[in-house]
Ligand binder design. Structure first.
Ligand code: ADP
Ligand code: MG
Length: 701
């Protein structure tokens, strides 16, 4: 565990620099909050022109404090922060909590950087600037201007928005979802989300890490730290609207967008992405109290048909559709319901269900091997007492002694149900006021298990790479002042990384084209090679299925003529003659460099509709083969690869190998390649592999 961060977030001794005697000022509020939270390890207000604040002795400078001080909360104006940082460094302080604003968020990047540099030189870390502060129940520490410590719980939240953090602090009491720590991370000038994930993963009082993120600075490190974490992570990402998809030369560029890439990155990080603030709370509650759901068998127990149907719908949406339990399970359950009940799934105990039936069916089901996760629903009735039902469920779960299987609960009713749910949460069982939310919570626990299993998959690496060849081609283009590589150059780089490109050769004359065609064997394909023509078919620059010498001669002349018509001054390297690949399902593999995450790999169905349908999926490269297969199944058009209307299923295995190898290539060449694609990649039936017939690489400027 990082000692410096521990000093910052769980300080022994804290100074408030800019402490104020004036109530209402932030420098006063922080002192007051520290006192009210009953922080025990020494509160030291610093202000050159005051003697006492709220009964505490005030120091002229941190250097005058005789005791140990681990953290300093800084509230002085931006222009004084540099000087204060120096004093803190000399005092041996570990971390600065810079509440002061007026730095990079208003354009003053340099001052912010200089402060961080100075602080780091002293071995200090900086939280912020532009933060609310940090709060910790387990340390009785409210080092912030948020009014009180949150409701106690075992999740911790890091928020990039200060206002939202203060709101969440208050919401914890109305939603009855508790947190141990709330950390305002502000401008992330130094301490960033990756640092926080790493540190909270080791924090003994945190069971679930919740993040509100507006933007990440070092995306790759965030993925790596999160993937390493042993604790569940829930993320709410703000600003998921499409942007940054600037008009790009390749297909991939126009298909990428921050939303898709962030979504992919969170999956790879093993983090659950919440859909909204409410969902962030719901997911946090489930993940902070329950273990992952390790299989797909979900059983729902209810006393009302309506909520059962709602749960059934929600289960399908969450990818954990209800299945009937085995006959033996149904037989046992039938003993605890009237004859008109149902032992199928949902198990409908009917409105006659009281404490005992709830207890007995919960206990039996939760303990049964077939059940991977249990959702218990209850509609308030006149003949039952919600709190007693809650206690019956709780007792049943405890009696099984099982702790590695999840349960979630929903009570639908009024005040009595609300109280009963509050009791359940306080006793360690997540409860929600709508059946679909209890099922969604279970879906989250299932997703968490799935993401955990993906983490174990090894990243695909390629070992015998002809890097020299790849860099030779890149250098040649650079020497010509080109960023666009031609098809033949791009394919040679692909080939250097072992990707299955069709045999492609360059002809400089008609006669050469004929002899190359003869060498390759008919049928062949001829295409224009020009750095000025990126979309070759648009320029009449592609002739497929050339069967003999006269076809080749005619195509050669036609292509040249078409190219001239298309762009009179196009520089023409020649014409490629290549193997004609048999027809297969057209797919596209592409890449762009994301400003946050670096090289990202894209997969989708190819052909002319790709830009309209945008049915593509992304991952941050490199990836595992398993991750690549998940990508193949993720697009809407996935059934096409499985074979529709009597078509044979495609060779998804080979495609996943190619996709993951490609991802390795683009991450290996991340410093050189800005965008690339293989379009189309033809996929054949199972066992027959894939062929890349067109390739394009665009270098970084
Ligand atoms: P561009 O994308 O620049 O227009 P392509 O090289 O992708 O040019 O060629 C256009 C189309 O021609 C491809 O989508 C594919 O259907 C077909 N094609 C190209 N090369 C081959 C080949 N070697 N074998 C079979 N079909 C090919
Ligand atoms: Mg193409």
């Amino acid at each position: 565990m990082d000692d410096v961060l521990t000093g910052l977030l769980r300080p022994k001794g804290i100074a408030i620099i800019g402490a104020s005697t004036t109530p209402g000022k932030i420098g006063h509020t922080v002192v007051k909050n520290l006192i009210e939270s009953e922080y025990q390890d020494g509160i030291y207000p610093v202000n050159p022109s005051a003697d006492e604040i709220l009964g505490l002795k005030v120091y002229k400078s941190v250097l005058d404090i005789p005791d140990r001080v681990d953290a300093a909360v800084i509230t002085v104006p931006a222009k004084f922060v540099m000087g204060v940082t120096k004093e803190c460094g000399e005092k041996g302080i570990k971390g600065l909590i810079v509440i002061t604003s007026g730095f990079s968020e208003v354009g003053d990047v340099k001052l912010e950087k200089d402060i961080v540099k100075l602080a780091n030189n002293y071995g200090m870390r900086v939280l912020g600037p532009n933060v609310v502060g940090t709060l910790s129940n387990s340390d009785s520490l409210n080092a912030s201007f948020a009014p009180f410590l949150p409701l106690n719980g075992n999740a911790s939240l890091v928020s990039q928005s200060g206002a939202l953090l203060i709101a969440i602090d208050a919401i914890t009491y109305t939603r009855r979802i508790g947190f141990d720590k709330l950390v305002s991370i502000g401008n992330t000038s130094d301490v960033n989300f990756a640092d926080m994930v790493d540190w909270l993963d080791e924090d003994e009082n945190t069971k679930c890490i919740s993040l509100y993120i507006e933007g990440l600075r070092d995306g790759r490190r965030f993925i790596d730290e999160s993937a390493k974490a042993k604790k569940p992570i829930v993320v709410l990402k703000a600003g998921v609207s499409e942007h940054g998809a600037v008009a790009a030369a390749s297909h991939t560029g126009s298909l990428a967008g921050s939303q898709k890439v962030y979504g992919a990155a969170f999956q790879q990080a093993g983090a659950i992405q919440a859909t909204d603030l409410s969902d962030l709370f719901d997911c946090t509650l489930a993940l902070s109290l329950e273990p992952p759901m390790k299989g797909d068998n979900l059983l729902v127990i209810t006393n009302g048909g309506g909520v059962g149907v709602l749960a059934t719908d929600s289960a399908e949406k969450e990818g954990i559709s209800l299945k009937f339990a085995p006959g033996s399970v149904q037989e046992e359950l039938k003993k605890h319901m009237p004859s008109f009940g149902s032992a199928k799934n949902p198990v409908d105990l009917t409105g006659m269900a009281g404490n005992d039936w709830y207890h007995d069916t919960t206990k039996f089901s939760f303990a049964h091997d077939w059940v991977d996760g249990l959702v218990v629903l209850y509609c308030e009735t006149a003949i039952t007492n919600p709190l007693e039902i809650a206690q019956s469920i709780h007792t049943a779960v405890k009696e099984t002694g099982i702790t590695d299987k999840p349960i979630t609960v929903s009570f639908v009713g009024g005040e009595r149900s609300d109280k009963a749910m509050q009791w359940l949460v306080e006793n360690g069982i997540p409860a929600y006021n709508a059946p679909d939310l209890a099922v969604r919570a279970m879906g989250t626990l299932r997703e968490y298990a799935r993401l955990q299993s993906m983490k174990a998959e090894p990243i695909k690496e390629i070992h015998d790479i002809d890097r020299e060849k790849a860099h030779e081609i890149i250098s040649k283009a650079r020497a010509d002042n080109r960023t666009g590589l031609t098809e033949i150059e791009s394919k040679e780089i692909f080939k250097a990384y072992g990707l299955p490109v069709v045999k492609t050769t360059l002809a400089k004359s008609e006669d050469e084209a004929v002899s190359l065609a003869e060498e390759i064997g008919y049928p062949v394909v001829l295409k224009i090679v020009s750095p000025d023509i990126l979309h070759k078919s648009d320029a009449g620059g592609v002739k497929v299925n050339m069967q003999n010498e006269s076809d080749v001669r005619e195509a050669y002349q036609n292509i040249l003529k078409n190219a001239k018509n298309y762009k009179a001054d196009a520089s023409i390297h020649g014409i490629v003659v290549q193997d004609m690949a048999p027809w297969g399902t057209e797919t596209i593999i592409g890449s762009v460099n994301d400003p946050t995450f670096g090289a990202t790999a894209m997969f989708g169905l190819g052909g002319i509709f790709v830009e309209v349908l945008k049915d593509v999926t992304f991952r941050v490269a490199p990836i595992s083969e398993k991750e690549a297969s998940v990508m193949l199944d993720e697009i809407k058009g996935a059934p096409i690869l499985d074979g529709v209307r009597g078509e044979a299923p495609s060779d998804k295995k080979a495609l996943a190998v190619v996709l993951s190898s490609y991802a390795y290539m683009i991450s290996d060449l991340v410093d050189e390649v800005a965008e690339s694609d293989a379009n189309p990649v033809l996929v054949y039936e199972q066992g027959k592999g894939v062929k890349i017939v067109d390739a394009r690489i665009i270098l970084k400027k």
